[in-house]
Design a protein around this ligand. Structure first.
Ligand code: NAD
Ligand code: UFG
Length: 315
């Protein structure tokens, strides 16, 4: 069975990809420091797949521990790198925390791949690399505009670091997947979006407000130039996103003609506003949500959605 190192594999997207990999016959090995996830996610994965997944509680910023983990798993065919801090607003307040965590970890992983000849990398990038786009939808060829947050900047820098790394490591291939806004959960509900602390993403804030865990949802800004004034995003189901990871992995492993580096947008291609999402949630659950309009959140773009033609054709 082919071994794949999955960093951040107990996190929201990582756990769904781990399930997808197991279902398709791979052996994922998780490395995560549980800074934004819980060990109990492993039980959820086991309930769905009937498999125990190997797990290492390691901070990827710890160079020695990370390299020793890579040495131990040098027979892996690839790495899917999810581990990162991801809160746009927090990154504006604590930029160094984001640069340190997201870049140190990436550099240590690339070092591990170089030292132990691990040949394939899938990187969790983001549509935030496009900054505030000039035209919608964005394609992979849209301009990389200045990042609107330090978080977004770590993703732009991450992609550049990988491209430069590949220039001196011609045996390695990489794909950056630029996610739009993943939402939802595995059908079983044994895994889902379970951030530790107060959620920064819209969907878990909505669901936690609905069950009474949070008092009131703040809608950040109603003065954007959109149909109802609230910001537009492209919401993609997390299981579709997970599926795309396995397809991307198979493309670089299985297709000897594939490029050594490529990027793909992963979104559905439609923009929905924050109020659209709230109303849709209310309709589907037949429950009123307590929300109020609040000021814009620092670092947010007004509107972004994907042109997903490339992923649809090639993956
Ligand atoms: P998540 O917070 O649920 O998962 C990330 C995991 O990485 C967590 O389990 C956390 O404990 C772990 N982690 C963070 N820093 C670490 C470190 N130094 N060492 C070891 N483990 C560490 O986030 P997610 O939503 O699953 O996002 C996964 C990836 O996708 C991230 O790189 C994120 O930036 C990217 N992304 C997410 C979204 C989104 O809306 N969720 C959109 C675009 C891109
Ligand atoms: N929002 C609210 N209230 C909240 C939370 C969010 O109004 O309590 C709004 C935001 O202002 C934004 C939209 O809902 O307009 C979506 O916000 P999220 O925080 O869920 O998602 P972002 O689009 O800000 O960022 C997410 C991930 C990033 C990723 C990005 C790609 O957190 O990692 O999607 O667009 F890079």
């Amino acid at each position: 069975m082919q071994k794949i190192i999955v960093t951040g594999g107990t996190g929201y997207i990582g756990s769904h990809v781990v399930v997808d990999l197991i279902t398709k016959g791979y052996q994922p090995i998780i490395i995560d420091n549980l800074s934004n996830s819980e060990r109990s996610v492993l039980e959820g994965i086991k309930k769905i797949t009937d498999k125990d997944v190997e797990f290492a509680d390691i901070d990827l910023c710890d160079r020695e521990a990370t390299l020793s983990f890579f040495e131990q798993h040098r027979d892996s065919i690839g790495v899917i790198h999810f581990a990162a801090l991801k809160s746009v607003g927090e990154s504006v307040e604590k930029p160094l925390k984001y640069y340190r965590n997201n870049l140190d970890s990436l550099i240590n992983i690339l070092q591990g791949m170089e030292s132990y000849n691990i040949p394939n990398l899938i990187f969790s990038s983001s549509c935030t690399v496009y900054g505030e786009p000039d035209a919608l939808p964005v394609t992979e060829l849209s301009a990389i505009k200045p990042a609107t947050s330090p978080y977004g900047h770590t993703k732009q820098m991450g992609e550049e670091i990988i491209m430069n790394f590949l220039k001196s490591n011609s045996n390695v291939k990489a794909i950056s997947l630029r996610y739009f806004n993943p939402i939802g959960a595995h059908d079983s509900a044994y895994i889902g979006e379970l951030p530790t602390g107060v959620p920064s993403n819209l969907m878990p804030y909505i669901t936690q407000t609905a069950i009474g865990k949070r008092e009131c949802l703040s809608v950040f800004g109603d003065d954007y130039k959109t149909h109802d004034g609230t910001a537009l995003r492209d919401y993609i189901h997390v299981c579709d996103l997970a599926d795309a990871h396995t397809m991307a992995l198979e493309k670089i492993i299985g297709d000897s003609n594939s490029k050594n580096y490529d990027t793909y947008n992963l979104g559905v291609g439609t923009g929905y506003s924050v109020l659209d999402v709230i109303k849709s949630f209310e309709r589907s659950t037949d429950q009123k949500l307590n929300y109020k309009i609040a000021p814009r959140r620092a670092g947010d773009v007004s509107a972004i959605y994907a042109d997903n033609t490339k992923a649809t054709k090639e993956l």
